[in-house]
Design a protein around this ligand. Structure first.
Ligand code: FAD
Length: 534
């Protein structure tokens, strides 16, 4: 019997599905194997309570570039986006607040209430981020060169990379280095004086990171969240109609249209290999499937540490993968609300904007740093940080009329909580998040009809997010670009011929982008053509 498949894809998160779509378009016969009963991985919509649909983990879209949206025809497959109305709504303990939209005049007036100097600096700071983002964005779509390798092919790739940076002048280089290495607090201190403005800006540097705003490297995390766009508007974020699972569903539709077979409830327990080459997989139900290539969107430490017999990989490589950092203090809290929260002290117009923005529980950089300090010393945050959104303000498909869902992305619990469920402590932690919001939205508590609290242990056990890390591994310079997941293997290949990675643990890191799969598929197709010719 000839093999029915050319490529077996491990994991039906959005990247695994996108790999199937891209490879299918290139003519490969693909099958996607997803362990859970539902597709999407961390980009998933589920119905935990009758009448409500929630984005269980990821909650807003931005990082998916137009290339992926267009190539996979996601709009034709039903993807519909609702851009957020404002960037931030940050209430402060003294009753004041900062509500920031992309309208320069509105932002100027809002910031000037705290500092005229910062109001002047705000557009210049945004321009700085935009300059560095424009430099970095083309790098996201390329296969990173193996820095330090000396083969003519590698040197050519390095030259191509250097060419992409040709726009950098002396000042630009300095800006680039700062953003890549500083802590977000140091960067913001250079630009702003008002604690309120810094509070609004610093959180993007800590999202998904096991570090506080004073942790070196968090300025890059801020940039990472600035690299996306919605409908041509840079750094914009959007709700997805039907929740984030609708992104995965649209990609799955495209993959199926290009011949992919997609099996849920199918766990891969072993990647089969012989003579240094991957040749198939063994599933939990005992079925063996064979193909010329195996493409894994699962976390690198699962793929290379658990699914492959150790003897198949060089020891130095296994050590590097074991050292790969994948930690987290993230807890996701999803709420079903009987009514919308009413925010104290806002005009009707401001209220409408605030309800369609990131509703932030973090009133200063020190607040965020203290929240992390607790976790660093083994305790959940006494006063957690939260980024809350109300997708039902834009999307009426998620809840019964008049009712709402609220999605809270919160930090921090100790990284060690990925090792045990800590269920009662997580509930107490969630109470503190809700208490925090209730201080400026007094009706919130009584509006809550249902809640779900998902900590690092559940993220690891149920979703395969090792350490609960939302990005399949920390976004630190040593684990970015040519060093993601490990040096010498950022080109989506592994030491085992025919085994590729395509998930968030590869360049350019996490987020619902599909870029990892797009880049990986390009390399797989190159090898596939070579294999066919030989
Ligand atoms: C709480 C949270 C909030 C987030 N918020 C956002 C956000 O708002 N916006 C954003 O852009 N990003 C966000 N992210 C990050 C983003 O969701 C992820 O980085 C991205 O979805 C990862 O996609 P992926 O396809 O690479 O991996 P995953 O989505 O993790 O998919 C991997 C899949 O592989 C499956 N799998 C693993 N092992 C096996 C096996 N042995 N056999 C079969 N299947 C297997 C898993 O079940 C999973 O479905 C968030 C993540 C989390 C956790």
């Amino acid at each position: 019997m000839p093999n029915p498949y050319d490529a077996i894809i491990v994991g039906g998160g959005h990247n695994g599905l996108a790999a199937a779509a891209y490879l299918g378009r290139a003519g490969l016969r693909t099958v996607v194997l997803e362990q859970r009963g539902v597709l999407g991985g961390a980009a998933v919509s589920q119905q935990p309570w009758p009448g409500y649909t929630i984005s269980t983990l990821s909650y807003v879209l931005s990082l998916m570039p137009p290339e992926v949206l267009h190539e996979l025809e996601l709009r034709r497959h039903g993807l519909h986006l609702y851009p957020l109305a404002a960037d931030y709504y940050v209430p402060f303990p003294d009753g004041s607040h900062l509500l920031l939209t992309k309208d320069p005049q509105q932002a100027f007036a809002a910031i000037a209430r705290f500092s005229r100097k910062d109001a002047d600096a705000w557009p210049r700071f945004s321009a700085l981020l935009a300059r560095v983002a424009r430099l970095v964005r083309p790098l996201l779509l390329m296969t990173p060169p193996a820095v330090g390798a000396k083969s003519p092919e590698d040197l050519l790739e390095l030259a191509r990379f250097a060419w992409k940076l040709r726009g950098l002048d002396v000042t630009g280089t300095a800006e680039f280095v700062k953003v890549m290495t500083l802590s977000v607090a140091e960067l913001l201190d250079e630009w702003f004086e008002s604690p309120q403005v810094k509070a609004a800006r610093c959180v993007s540097g800590a999202i998904g990171t096991y570090g506080g705003p004073y942790t070196p490297g968090t300025a890059y995390v801020l940039l990472h969240h600035y690299l996306g766009e919605v409908d041509g508007q840079m750094a914009e974020w959007a709700f997805v109609r039907g929740g984030m699972g609708a992104v995965s569903a649209a990609i799955a539709a495209d993959a199926r249209e290009h011949g992919a077979e997609i099996k849920t409830g199918t766990r891969v327990v072993r990647i089969l290999a012989r003579d240094g080459r991957a040749e198939g997989v063994l599933c939990g139900n005992g079925t063996e499937l064979r193909a010329a290539c195996v493409v894994s969107s699962a976390h690198p430490q699962l793929t290379l540490g658990e699914l492959i017999e150790a003897a198949q990989l060089p020891e130095s490589f296994r050590t590097a993968i074991a050292r790969y950092k994948s930690r987290s203090g993230t807890v996701k809290i999803n709420l079903a609300l009987g009514e919308a929260p009413r925010f104290d002290g806002l005009s009707q117009e401001e209220s409408a904007l605030a309800a369609r923005s990131f509703i932030q529980l973090c009133d200063s950089m020190e607040y965020l740093e203290r929240a992390f300090d607790d976790a660093k010393y083994g305790r959940p945050s006494a006063a957690p940080y939260s980024d809350g959104v109300l997708p039902t303000m834009a999307d009426d498909s998620l809840a019964p009329p008049g009712k709402h869902v609220m999605s809270c992305f919160t930090q921090y619990v100790p990284a060690a909580w990925s090792q045990a469920s800590h269920a009662p402590e997580l509930e107490a932690y969630a109470d503190r998040v809700i208490d925090g919001y209730a201080r400026f939205a007094p009706n919130l508590k009584s509006a809550i009809e249902q809640r779900e609290v998902i900590g690092p242990y559940q993220m690891e056990q149920e979703y395969g997010l090792v350490g609960g890390n939302i990005m399949h591994g920390d976004l630190t310079l040593d684990q970015l670009f040519s060093w993601r997941p490990v040096a010498g293997y950022a080109d989506y290949r592994t030491p085992l011929r025919g085994l590729y990675l395509c998930g968030a643990g590869t360049h350019p890191g996490g987020g619902v982008s599909g870029i990892n799969a797009r880049n990986a598929s390009r390399e797989i197709v190159k090898d596939w053509k070579r294999l066919k010719r030989s």
